[in-house]
Ligand binder design. Structure first.
Ligand code: CMC
Length: 391
């Protein structure tokens, strides 16, 4: 055609300009607002990173205190929202529930919401960041038939999520600080990753001027797939299916077989052709948690052996298929008692700040346009229509 660049998978298309996150996939570098991810994971907590992503700079102590209070004040959901959950079957996948309930928030907060007003956009971001843990934990409690646990605003963001997941009425629930730190780190390491499929989905949906809660629901839908956020769940299911170290060669052979669609879940990345810097930190945390909780998990032996193979087998080395962040996060989440079906929900919860930062960046751009890719048409040429249905 000559008019359009044909770029399936957007391998060579920059869809926007952005100041939020920088990735150099060849060198394995990830920076948020200029700060390396490993420094943020070691020295900042998740809400500090949220502030950084949303506002462009790390918060001062005073700014952080105020931000934390604001977020924690928004953690409750309207009581009427609990009836949304009852419409789902008990065994519904929590991603389906969270996607639906978050889209439902657009009915609660559609006015006087002015998406062209920076303050209104900020409030939408606070609400989403604050309510995602509440709604996610509610989806889990609903699936196991336990009563919903209300948020506790005196706890940290991570500890509050853990208590909403695991506390039961009339029993004392104390959050283990190592588990709290691991949870916070999982949130931090998933907070943003520039123009991945779900973030691009949020931008594209938002580019038409749609309600931000509905745009985040679109992002959640896109994240769900096993090639994206669904990989952490798929990875754990794969480790369980492999079951023991002696069965690994069979699965590795399948992964290399071009006639077999099987892939090693948790390996490879579109952008990183080097070790994913998030995976490095996640790997450390994974060992910390397993040591502290004294968990002997045979799946970890399978995981470590797979990791060894991927780093030495020519098939994986030549294709630069390193273990990615979700390879390790799944093992940590399992160790701290999070059911597999909640893994992708936790990814969505963590990524909400990234989605909202990108949406806000796009909406603040005076040159913002509706996203509208073109195509190369390969269908039938023009032809005359003659009905074949008797009238
Ligand atoms: N196992 C076996 N072979 C693989 C794998 C894998 N996990 N990933 C890629 N390959 C092979 C693929 O068959 C191809 O080989 P060849 O060149 O001989 O045809 C080559 O490596 C390049 O793969 P690709 O599919 O062209 O690469 P992509 O950039 O389109 O896909 C990916 C990236 C992440 C979708 C893919 O690596 C994959 O499916 N990985 C498993 C799922 C996964 O872990 N996803 C999570 C990504 S990290 C979390 C997130 O940010 O969402």
């Amino acid at each position: 055609h000559g008019y359009f660049t044909y770029d399936p998978g957007f391998m060579a298309t920059a869809s926007c300009q952005s100041e939020i996150t920088y990735i150099d996939g060849d060198k394995g570098i990830l920076l948020h607002r200029g700060y390396p991810i490993d420094q943020l994971a070691q020295n900042a907590n998740y809400l500090e990173v949220c502030y950084l992503l949303l506002y462009g700079d790390a918060p001062t102590a005073k700014q952080f205190d105020q931000f934390q209070r604001t977020i924690m004040r928004h953690t409750m959901v309207h009581e009427q929202l609990s009836s949304f959950f009852k419409g789902y079957r008990r065994d519904a996948h929590p991603m389906a529930i969270v996607c639906g309930v978050i889209a439902g928030l657009s009915a609660f907060y559609h006015d006087p919401m002015d998406i062209n007003n920076q303050e209104h956009r900020e409030i939408a971001a606070y609400r989403l960041i604050a309510k995602m843990p509440t709604i996610s934990a509610m989806a889990y409690k609903y699936s196991i038939g336990q009563p919903f646990v209300y948020p506790r605003n005196d706890l940290s963001y991570a500890a509050n999520f853990l208590q909403m997941m695991f506390a039961v009425p009339c029993e004392d629930y104390k959050v283990n600080p190592i588990v709290e730190r691991a949870m916070d780190r999982i949130f931090t390491l998933h907070a943003d990753h520039e123009q991945n499929a779900s973030t691009s989905t949020v931008r594209l949906s938002g580019s038409s001027g749609a309600n931000p809660f509905a745009c985040i629901a679109a992002g959640i839908a896109s994240l769900w797939g096993p090639a994206h956020g669904g990989a952490n769940e798929a990875c754990l299911m794969m480790l369980e299916e492999i079951g023991s170290v002696d069965r690994i060669p069979e699965f590795v052979a399948r992964a290399k077989d071009k006639d077999d669609p099987f892939r090693l879940m948790g390996f490879g990345h579109r952008v990183y052709k080097n070790f994913d810097p998030r995976a490095t930190v996640m790997r450390e945390t994974c060992h910390e948690v397993l040591d502290d909780l004294k968990i002997e998990d045979p799946l970890l032996d399978v995981a470590m052996e797979l990791e060894r193979i991927a780093l030495s087998d020519p098939y994986f080395v030549e294709r630069k298929l390193y273990p990615n962040v979700d390879f390790y996060s799944g093992i940590i989440l399992k160790a701290i008692g999070i059911p597999t079906s909640m893994f992708t929900v936790i990814f969505a919860l963590s990524r909400t700040v990234g989605w909202m930062s990108h949406w806000n960046e796009m909406m603040s751009d005076p040159k913002q346009k509706i996203g509208r890719p073109r195509q190369l048409y390969t269908g039938a040429p023009e032809r005359e229509f003659k009905t074949q249905v008797e009238k």
